[in-house]
Design a protein around this ligand. Structure first.
Ligand SMILES: Cc1cc2nc3c(=O)[nH]c(=O)nc-3n(C[C@H](O)[C@H](O)[C@H](O)COP(=O)(O)OP(=O)(O)OC[C@H]3O[C@@H](n4cnc5c(N)ncnc54)[C@H](O)[C@@H]3O)c2cc1C
Length: 424
């Protein structure tokens, strides 16, 4: 067992790795280095309750300060890993400190993708990744009259829905012809579009941004590709994140839209692993393709699997991907990964606002998107984890109880669920 584990990045994945190492009995030294000045915190509330002023800051911490001392986790905040010296198995920090490691975990997350248009540097044009950015947006939102959100993905829609709830006029500009086109089916995209519009959100699909204009350095309008000038005193750029990979790349590790790891979450250097948003790894739920996922589940599940491996329990990483997104009163949950093609069936009546879309590729269930139907979501995670066969007819038939179907299925489980710790 390694004597010292250094974890670079004190976000969801880094903090979860440290906590899981102790949970699984790791007796050595753990150092958790984070470049933000805060205790490791959850990001999901930043685009939801925190913006609306519902969550107190302390409610964001993943663990109280005392947790780290109690579990003998050396927390080094407001400092960052600048360089990995693989020859000597040590990292150099911005503060000048040097840490020797037996195992290094890269949990570096990602950062906001920038929009390369004129005016993107004006005051009032913001991105949302960190607590500092969320506090700033909350403050601006309380004074804003017109918000323009660029990007109709998870974060853009969550912020836009919050703005509408707060009574602020909000417009979402999305370059593709569908909301959340990279993650949900066209059926779900259409229904979300109607639901958001019905709640007062303006959405412009198939539209991009030509420029942003301002007065005295402050943004006052967004000029769209079709020549419209949308008034704006706050512009959120929500066009995705890029993984923080630079220190890995400089150290000669393989990078390809993320730090490349194998099914054990190890890089080509067996002393170094990567987890969470910054890691790209083979995923059995994407037919073994390398994928990089950005979700709390992915960060915590990978952290637990890696911690288990570091204490000697070797198993490949397998876990049904799942996500959630609360957009005002629209509670979207997704289990599995949709393939590039296939056919989809509804379970439940979309008009009721409580339904799921079951996405099949051939006969195989790949993904289930549920809106305000958490029972379907929980069943879907089990169906996918256990590889239980379900036909499109069964999926759409409300008389077929998914839990009973699961219980009656006679197939041998082929995949383990993330909640099952790796075997010892
Ligand atoms: C606003 C927002 C809302 C979200 N909502 C949801 C949701 O509803 N559901 C969901 O499933 N997921 C959601 N996510 C995604 C989820 O929060 C991320 O997938 C998760 O936080 C990833 O964890 P991570 O540890 O990989 O990265 P992060 O949590 O980003 O942590 C990485 C940390 O490493 C730090 N770091 C980077 N480089 C260095 C360095 N060189 N040295 C030291 N530290 C470094 C970063 O500053 C950061 O603190 C949301 C994300 C955001 C931003």
């Amino acid at each position: 067992m390694p004597a010292t584990v250094v974890i670079a990045g004190a976000g969801q994945a880094g903090a979860s790795t440290a906590a899981a190492l102790r949970e699984f009995g790791f007796p050595g030294r753990i150092v958790l280095v984070g470049d933000e000045p805060y205790l490791p915190y959850q990001r999901p509330p930043l685009s939801k309750g925190h913006l609306a002023g519902v969550n107190a800051q302390e409610g964001l911490w993943l663990h109280p300060n005392s947790f780290y001392a109690h579990h003998e986790i050396d927390l080094m905040l407001d400092d960052s890993v600048r360089r990995i010296d693989r020859n000597n198995a040590r990292v150099e920090l911005a503060s000048g400190a040097v840490l020797d490691y037996d195992r290094l975990v890269l949990a570096l997350g990602g950062r906001n993708r920038a929009l390369p248009v004129a005016g993107a540097d004006l005051d009032g044009v913001v991105g949302l990744r960190s607590l500092d950015e969320a506090d700033d947006i909350r403050d601006r939102l309380s004074r804003a009259r017109n918000v323009v959100v660029i990007g109709g993905g998870f974060i853009g829609l969550e912020v836009a829905a919050t703005a509408v709830k707060l009574g602020v006029d909000a417009v979402v500009i999305e370059v593709s012809d569908q909301l959340m086109g990279r993650v949900v089916s066209p059926e779900m995209g259409r229904i979300l579009l109607d639901a958001h519009r019905a709640r007062g959100l303006h959405v412009a699909l198939g539209t991009s941004v030509r420029a942003m204009t301002g007065v005295a350095g402050r943004v006052n309008a967004v000029v769209t590709s079709d020549g419209h000038e949308l008034p704006a005193d706050l512009v959120l750029v929500g066009i995705g994140a890029i993984p923080n990979t630079e220190i890995a790349e400089r150290a000669g590790l393989r990078v390809d839209n993320g730090i490349v790891v194998d099914e054990y979450l190890a890089t080509d250097d067996t002393q170094i692993s990567a987890v969470g948003d910054c890691a790209v790894c083979p995923n059995p739920f994407a037919s073994g393709r390398n994928v990089r996922l950005e979700s709390v589940h992915n960060a915590t599940a990978q952290a637990r699997f890696l911690a288990a491996r570091l204490v000697g329990r070797a198993e490949p990483y397998v876990s049904v991907p799942w996500f959630w997104s609360n957009q005002g009163d629209l509670k979207l949950q997704i289990a599995g990964l949709r393939g590039p093609s296939g056919h989809n069936v509804f379970r439940g009546d979309p008009a009721s606002g409580r339904f799921s879309v079951f996405c099949f590729e051939g006969d195989v269930l790949r993904c289930v998107e549920s809106l305000n139907r958490p029972g379907d979501h929980m069943a879907a995670r089990k169906l996918l984890a256990d590889g239980v066969a379900l036909t499109p007819d069964q999926a759409s038939d409300l008389t077929v109880d998914l839990r009973t179907h699961l219980a009656e299925a006679t197939v041998e489980p082929v995949l383990t669920d993330d909640r099952t710790p790796a075997r010892g």
